[in-house]
Design a protein. Structure first.
Lengths: 164, 284, 805
């Protein structure tokens, strides 16, 4: 077995340090070491996006990253997007527009959607579909996910305009 | 899916990475974005006792445009290719192609180097780089050397790169004229059933020069010199396109897989090439 | 009373009862990443299990050497069939009356079959140890085709050698499992022989897989101090798992607690009992510590519960003017290495005998032959009631083929053969009694909504333009009218391993007027916590927001048969309504006592009982609940609770009319879905928002199956589609927006008239997408081509028809 490495991660604003084998997958480090179980393993081969987190400003599939590669990174998961008293607009809109069913893809889906709206605050439906194509959902047929994201974009833009 | 154990290194310069490659020989592999290598390691189809992560090597990063010469660092991601307005102005085919690779998350991690270096027939960048007549710069223990992308690929996963060399940059002259990257795939995230990269220059109503390369239709990318030549001097009319397609079909050698049998792939190759030529011509 | 109406409306709206699009209560946790799925269960000292699996589809297992694996630091145990044999657990019974190896007992019958179970400190050590188990195989001839299996000398199931009688009657060959016959063969043949028109067709409904985003898994924890076994797992039927676990292990049922936590999609994949569940339980019993087993995606696709794989041969007869006179269907069913189909036990081919569809067909005959091959076992209802997707695909293709034979429009052919509204309840030729329907109204509404005549006109123009060389795109119009059969089922004929398929609800009203209800079902995304509370809100007058719905814990929930085959609303939903009515009946007595009137002098009014004729005199349910606990009422027990076990008198028969408009690139074989219209009639609608979501999801799974989703094997029995690169799950880019619509024909026998909807869109969607593709080529002479319609197969269809010049 390879030597364990000293790993430092910042996750949702909190610093963590631990020893881990380099081969440990980031998704398992989050889920099993840190108890951050929002992101899930769906496909194991970077196709489904259920494990999506934001790493140093990028949307990343954490099942396809070793914890060693993430050493030193700043990571945000679904747990870091809002709090029970102050949900992220996307969390609200997914509920409002029935953008989820079994909930398994939802953490990755919302985490990716947050980043998408940072990249493109005013996307067309086509741009939403293209920008979310790395996240699979087996339940919803996507129609209400698209609706949720477009509604969130509209609301975020209204809030932004009001603030300006 | 859990990979076998490995030792992990994150050198801060190329010399450090090469020293590790020399030390561990066949047992070492470099990793960039990892989205080809890690799934293979998880499936235990690739065993890598020593994994050398290139992410801290600053000299492998960045897009440099100097006059008409464009140089892409090996660690430039597909996302960065798409995001670069300057690159989109100078070589728009890169953006068009990169948008057809994988999905947003994978494009954040996937790199030019990773896509070009390994000789995976499914990757899109090798054919594209052949179309652009790019130079691939490799650095090894004895310094750097440059290989034409058109000479780099030998067979599936077999390239001109030595085990102790690292692909550091890919560079090419800003392409002229019209362009198109046309890809047929089963769904987002899939490799090409057939894909074509076309650059062509129009002068006085006819094709002055044309470069055509095909992806996932042989065990290497295929730059079809004859297909390009078939267009030169023509008005890119239906007959010329047909000749180019016929020439291309002589150069490819697809195999059957889940995307379909050989006859279908050859047909699809002809269709995507014809469409790519037409689009490139319209843009020229 | 008129001036009371706004007040009543407000009170009714405040309940969030049936008929409103109540937002889902589940979503609060799911959107914050606080769901609790089986892989989120983490117990102190928990070990991880992982399988050594066969790389061969058919081989003798000569030797298993675990010594190197046992030497690896962190490995606790490696189980093989030899270890399970003394416990009688090296084989287990299947739901279909067959038995299945838990771990390879002398041979393997499919690629990916479980050979040994490694138990280790963590998932990393377990995966390493799997590589160190040395298995010596001797390869045997592989059979992946059922017709070949029935001709072959190769005996796949040596354990059954010499057994001529199977669980469902005589076996005709050593690789034959059963023949299941329904209807009148002689009468059907006679009609066919004398018919004016007979259309015949053979079709293969390919093997696919439900592939929920969460794979299967379990955590077993044997508490040796208290003698209690707790198992968390991806179980669509937790009570059945408890009973089976008790029967297999000998642990008394009260000492077993089965918990289905949140489930990341099921679609039939999580109905069966898998070797992983058994091995994690045994491993926990052996080691005395909790053991977790979670399969990866490749294992999921290779070894757990496939769907479909039916070779169907049909004949349909009609008069010259299109009145159908008879239907004949023969199926060769590829069941893989073991018959582990998840059907009610007396129905080895599920409800395939619904294959007369929505049509008034006087006589019919169905025979299904089940066959063993070197493929994974399973045969689950992938987002449908038992084999109904196959049945509906069959009849909806036969209708199209008959239309071609008759030179008739397929919409009109359907219309003249629909069962008429006045024929319900309708006794079908293959035995079922359809409860209610109004097919003509639904069909006419659909045809009008899509401007069917306009579409046909446009299509004809496109064909002409294609022939003139002006376009390389063809247009297909896919039609489907389906009738589902869901809600299994009357206990008298539907059971699973002897357990009758009733379902249950238990409700407790708390003194302050809120409530908890527990059911024998388990949501996998359908939103039960939301909708069952809506049923109770309407039935009891307690706001849905004040009702907690709990499922999935066998220690607390009443016994039920679980969630699959769209049975939750038809069966557990009925139990819920009836439990609510029991609460209301007792509340009525309490209210009457409190209001000092006779029981019959009060009546229920939304959220209260009022004195008849004096609506200002009332007691709210909240007041009644308080009194139930805190006031001594002569002749009435304290408390306000009810339990209902519901054995449905019949299935329910949801139906719908779908239209798909597709444009097809003849040169690349790439289809584009331009429009999809879905009209569903699921009877009474409990939550329109959730119904619409179910329809979108089911249609998308139908799109996947019709257009490319397949478990494919090569001749050596290797799975060619083991990852999501090759197993087609569409992304947002490949999926269209759907138009939904509805009619409402309540079920006459269901307490609230609801029929179930979750699976209808899949059942109706698959033939609709397929018909659209095939319809595009009908003008060029196509009669039938098999799914999946992926690019190359569509291209091949065009190529075979000479459309590439």
């Amino acid at each position: 077995m390879a030597d364990k490495m000293h790993i430092k991660l910042k996750v949702n604003g909190a610093d963590h340090e631990f020893l881990a084998e380099p081969r440990e997958l980031l998704i398992y480090a989050l889920r099993e070491r840190l108890g951050i179980t929002g992101p899930h393993v769906g496909c194991d081969t970077s196709h489904c996006g259920a494990c999506t987190v934001t790493i140093d400003g990028k949307s990343v599939k954490s099942c396809t990253m070793f914890v060693a590669q993430a050493n030193g990174a700043d990571i945000t998961t679904i747990e870091g997007l809002g709090s029970p008293d102050a949900l992220h607009v996307l969390q609200e809109k997914f509920r409002e527009h029935h953008g989820l069913q079994c909930g398994f893809c939802t953490p990755g889906m919302i985490t990716r959607a947050v980043k998408l709206l940072e990249e493109n605050p005013n996307p067309s439906e086509e741009e939403v579909r293209f920008g979310m194509a790395g996240n699979l959902c087996r339940c919803t047929g996507y129609q209400n996910i698209v609706k949720s994201i477009l509604a969130a974009a509209a609301e975020m833009n209204t809030v932004k305009e009001a603030a300006e | 899916m859990i990979p076998a154990a490995f030792d992990y290194y994150r050198p801060s310069d190329i010399a450090g990475a090469i020293a590790l490659l020399q030390e561990h020989g066949d047992d070492a592999r470099v990793i960039a974005g990892g989205h080809s290598l890690i799934p293979m390691m998880k499936l235990r189809m690739a065993e890598v006792p020593h994994l050398i992560d290139l992410q801290d090597i600053a000299s492998l990063k960045g897009i440099t445009i100097s006059g008409e010469r464009i140089t892409l660092g090996a660690m430039v991601t597909q996302h960065e290719l798409i995001d670069s307005a300057e690159l989109a102005a100078k070589a728009p085919i890169l953006r068009e192609a990169a948008l057809q690779i994988a999905d947003p998350q994978v494009r954040y991690m996937g790199t030019v180097g990773g896509n070009v270096a390994n000789g995976d027939p499914g990757n899109d960048m090798p054919g594209l780089m052949q179309c652009l007549d790019a130079d691939i710069t490799l650095t090894g223990p004895d310094g750097s050397r440059t290989v034409a992308a058109r000479d780099y690929y030998e067979a599936a996963y077999m390239t001109d790169r030595e085990d102790d060399e690292i692909l550091v940059t890919v560079s090419f002259d800003a392409p002229k004229g019209g362009y198109a990257y046309e890809k047929q795939k089963r769904k987002i995230g899939d490799y090409a059933t057939a894909a074509a990269a076309v650059q062509l220059v129009k002068e006085g109503g006819s094709v002055a020069s044309a470069s055509i390369a095909m992806t996932n239709l042989s065990d290497t990318p295929v730059w079809s010199e004859a297909a390009g030549a078939a267009l030169v001097g023509t008005a890119c009319d239906a007959d010329a396109v047909k000749s180019a397609v016929a020439a291309m079909l002589n150069d490819i050698d697809p195999t059957e897989d889940n995307r379909g049998p050989v006859a279908f792939k050859r047909h699809a190759a002809g269709i995507v090439l014809a469409r790519a030529i037409t689009r490139a011509w319209d843009r020229a | 009373m008129n001036d009371m109406a706004p007040d009543r409306e407000n009170r009714a709206a405040g309940l969030k009862g049936m008929g409103c699009s109540r937002k889902r209560v589940e979503d609060v946790r799911f959107t914050q990443g606080k769901g609790n799925y089986v892989d989120d269960v983490k117990l102190p000292g928990m070990l991880h299990g992982d399988f050594v699996r066969s790389p061969y589809a058919h081989a003798r297992v000569k030797n298993i050497d675990i010594s190197k694996a046992m030497e690896l630091d962190g490995v606790v145990a490696v189980l093989t069939a030899k270890d399970l044999e003394p416990l009688g657990l090296h084989w287990m019974p299947t739901l279909a009356g067959d038995k299945q190896m838990v771990l390879a007992d002398g041979k393997v019958l499919f690629q990916g079959q479980e050979v040994a179970f490694v138990v280790a400190r963590d998932r990393y050590v377990a995966a390493d140890a799997v590589e160190l188990v040395e298995v010596e195989y001797e390869e045997l001839p592989v059979i992946t085709n059922p017709f070949e299996a029935l001709q072959s000398d190769v005996v796949l199931r040596e354990d059954l050698e010499g057994q001529t009688e199977g669980a469902h009657g005589p076996r005709k060959h050593h690789n034959h499992i059963f023949t299941w016959e329904q209807g009148d063969e002689a009468a059907t043949n006679e009609v066919m022989d004398n018919a004016e028109v007979v259309a015949e067709e053979e079709m293969y409904y390919h093997r696919t897989h439900p592939c929920p985003l969460e794979t299967c898994g379990a955590v077993a924890s044997m508490d040796k101090v208290n003698g209690k076994l707790t198992v968390w797992g991806t179980f669509q039927a937790p009570h059945v798992v408890r009973t089976v676990a008790s029967l297999l292990s000998g642990i008394e049922e009260h000492n077993i607690r089965v918990i289905s936590p949140d489930i990341g999609g099921g679609f039939g994949n999580k109905v069966g009992v898998y070797p992983g569940y058994v091995c994690s339980i045994v491993a926990s019993i052996v080691t005395g510590v909790p053991v977790k087993w979670i399969e990866d995606r490749m294992e999921n696709l290779m070894s757990t519960a496939f769907a479909r794989d039916y070779w169907m041969k049909g004949r349909i007869s009609a008069t010259k003017d299109g009145k159908i006179t008879g239907l004949h269907c023969h199926v060769t069913a590829d069941h893989g290495g073991f018959d582990a189909c998840a059907d009610p036990t007396k129905f080895p081919a599920g409800f395939m005998n619904i294959c007369t569809g929505s049509y008034d067909i006087p006589v019919a005959y169905l025979a299904v032959d089940g066959v063993y091959t070197n493929k994974a076992p399973g045969g689950v209802s992938y987002r449908c009631s038992f084999r109904v997707t196959e049945a509906v695909y069959f009849i909806e293709r036969m209708i199209e083929v008959l239309a071609i034979e008759l030179g008739m429009d397929a919409a009109e052919l359907r219309r003249i053969n629909f069962i008429r509204k006045d024929q319900f309840p309708y006794k079908a030729a293959l035995g079922w009694e359809y409860d209610s329907g109004d097919y003509h109204t639904a069909w006419d509404k659909a045809m009008k909504a899509v401007d069917y005549d306009g579409l046909r006109k446009e299509q004809a123009e496109r064909v002409e333009a294609f022939k003139r060389g002006e376009t390389r795109s063809l247009m297909g119009i896919g039609l489907t009218f389906f009738t589902e059969i869901v809600g299994a089922g009357p206990v008298k004929n539907c059971d699973i391993l002897g357990m009758g398929m009733f379902d249950s609800c238990e409700i407790r009203i708390h003194p302050t007027g809120s409530a908890i209800a527990r059911l024998g079902t388990i949501s996998q995304g359908q939103g039960h916590a939301t909708t069952f509370a809506q049923i109770l809100a309407t039935e009891t007058g307690i706001p849905a927001d004040s009702i907690t719905i709990e499922e999935g814990d066998t220690d607390t929930a009443p016994y039920g048969l679980g969630t699959y085959g769209s049975r939750s609303t038809p069966v557990a939903g009925a139990a819920t309504a009836l439990a609510g009515r029991k609460i209301r009946a007792k509340a009525q007595m309490i209210a009457a006592y409190l209001l000092e009137v006779h029981d019959d002098d009060v009546e229920f009014d939304v959220d209260r009982f009022v004195v008849k004729g004096a609506p200002e005199r009332f007691k709210t349910m909240k007041e009644i609940a308080y009194a139930a606990y805190n006031q001594a009422i002569p002749g009435i027990e304290p408390g306000l609770e009810a339990v209902s076990y519901y054995d449905p008198p019949n299935m329910t028969y949801p139906f719908g009319a779908y239209v798909c408009v597709m444009d097809i690139d003849v040169d690349t074989g790439v289809p584009t879905i331009r429009r999809f219209y879905a009209l569903d009639d699921c009877g009474t609608r409990i939550n329109p928002m959730i119904i619409e979501g179910q329809v979108h999801g089911g249609l998308t799974e139908a799109l996947a199956v019709a257009l490319g989703q397949e478990i494919a094997y090569d001749d050596l029995g290797n799975v060619k589609t083991g990852t999501l690169m090759d197993f087609f799950l569409p992304t947002m880019v490949e999926v269209p927006n759907y138009e939904t619509d509805h009619t409402v024909t309540p079920s006459p026998h269901h307490p609230i008239g609801a029929k179930g909807v979750g699976e209808s869109p899949h059942v109706g969607g698959v033939p609709c997408f397929s018909n659209a593709i095939q319809d595009a080529f009908r003008p060029f002479g196509l009669r039938h081509t098999n799914m999946p319609h992926d690019h190359w197969r569509i291209w091949k269809t065009a190529n075979d028809l000479g459309l590439h010049g």
